[in-house]
Design a protein around this ligand. Structure first.
Ligand SMILES: [Zn+2]
Length: 392
């Protein structure tokens, strides 16, 4: 929901110069938020401007401010992702400095574009920013590994504006078991139970994406606030442990929570040796000189052309999204494509293409009120529920 962007004006004036068709007016009216943007991985890149439009034909990044305006994505949760190292004091210390540096990098990057985007820490602040025509940035954590061997750092990250925290990533950590690792704790560790209580006390939203089934069950039983899955799908759509079964989706919905539809794991992940090596380099793209960044982008996109990461069609994605709505109910589904973190499929490969989803669902008869729930209403309600229960 924002006024016509400079891009839109340019499109009206010189139609021939438009890279994409004008955005559907319904999509433009909606407040649209994505619950999981891994874009901060690009924020430290020398010579890379988050404000500029990066050409998807040559550039590996899937989100920038110009394409957010083009695709009318009004904002979302920008993740502080930390790759997991050893669960030792030295490992925790290194992870903590990485996460704090990433948090600062998000702040300094957004501050350079303060006329276009602002940081929100509450649902109301997000609505206020949107009402003034600004994009909305929330901060989140993916993987609680950098918190170390206690939960005190949650409050510290909270003071830096973090509002949504994922307990675990692809490997078990000190707090919980991951969906893609063998059980260590059979769910939450004793410290993980403290983590849930502290998250509730601070009014921060628990992100259960990547958590094992037992971890999800125990968080559901223990948490006094609803759970969010910031980027997940149903195992009915594609049977993979990283997705979640329909019975658990119903339980999360019954607790007032929501599942944000992702573009990942709707088909088999093609992770050959070339892609794995590229992923490693991508995680450190912020340390590469511009020519090496460009080379990485070129190699990544060349591999996409012959061996895409996902063999998922746009229609399969829509079917999976509709399945989530059928199982959870329209009040419990949100959006989290996993852009810049492995997400993106043919036809939905970067943020400019998001209006396709709205257009497709509208063609199916979905009302604007329901689209509004899907694109931000449900996500903000979960955030507000956590805020209201803070201190208890
Ligand atoms: Zn993830």
């Amino acid at each position: 929901m924002k006024p016509t962007t400079p891009f839109g004006i340019a499109c009206l004036l010189i139609l021939a110069g438009c890279a994409t068709p004008p955005v559907d007016q319904t999509h433009r009216r909606l407040l649209t938020l994505d619950a999981h943007l891994d874009t901060p991985v690009h924020f430290g890149r020398a010579g890379w401007d988050f404000g500029a439009r990066h050409d998807p034909a040559t550039e590996v990044a899937q989100v920038d401010l110009a394409r957010m305006q083009e695709g009318s994505l009004d904002g979302g949760f920008f993740a502080i992702f930390t790759d997991q190292g050893p669960l030792t004091p030295a490992g925790f210390a290194a992870a903590r400095s990485h996460a704090l540096a990433r948090s600062n990098l998000i702040d300094t990057t957004l501050a350079r574009h303060a006329e276009l985007i602002g940081i929100a820490t509450t649902a109301d602040e997000a609505r206020r920013l949107d009402a003034t025509g600004k994009l909305v940035a929330f901060k989140s954590i993916e993987n609680s590994y950098p918190l170390g061997d206690g939960v005190a750092a949650l409050a510290e990250f909270g003071r830096q504006g973090v509002r949504l925290v994922g307990i675990v990533h692809s490997k078990n950590n000190q707090f919980a078991d991951s969906s893609t690792d063998k059980p260590t704790w059979n769910g939450l560790s004793p410290l993980g139970r403290d983590w849930v209580r502290e998250m509730n006390r601070l009014g921060m939203v628990i992100d259960a994406s990547h958590a094992s089934d037992a971890t999800v069950d125990q968080m559901l039983a223990l948490s006094t606030s609803p759970l969010l899955l910031s980027h997940s799908n149903s195992r009915t759509s594609f049977d993979h442990p990283r997705n979640i079964d329909d019975a658990r989706i119903r339980k999360i919905a019954a607790g007032g929570g929501a599942i944000c539809a992702s573009t990942i794991y709707l088909s088999e992940l093609k992770m050959g040796p070339r892609r794995a090596a590229l992923f490693d380099r991508l995680e450190h793209i912020g340390t590469l000189a511009p020519p090496q960044q460009a080379a990485l982008g070129k190699e990544w996109l060349a591999l996409d052309a012959v061996e895409p990461l996902w063999n998922t069609s746009f229609e399969q994605y829509i079917a999976a999204l509709k399945h989530l709505i059928a199982v959870a109910g329209i009040d419990h589904v949100c959006m989290g494509a996993d852009f810049d973190g492995g997400g993106g499929i043919e036809g939905l490969s970067h943020v400019s293409q998001l209006p396709r989803i709205t257009a497709r669902l509208k063609a199916d008869g979905m009302s604007e009120a329901d689209l509004a729930k899907l694109w931000s209403g449900n996500l903000l309600r979960v955030l507000q529920a956590a805020e209201e229960r803070a201190g208890n």
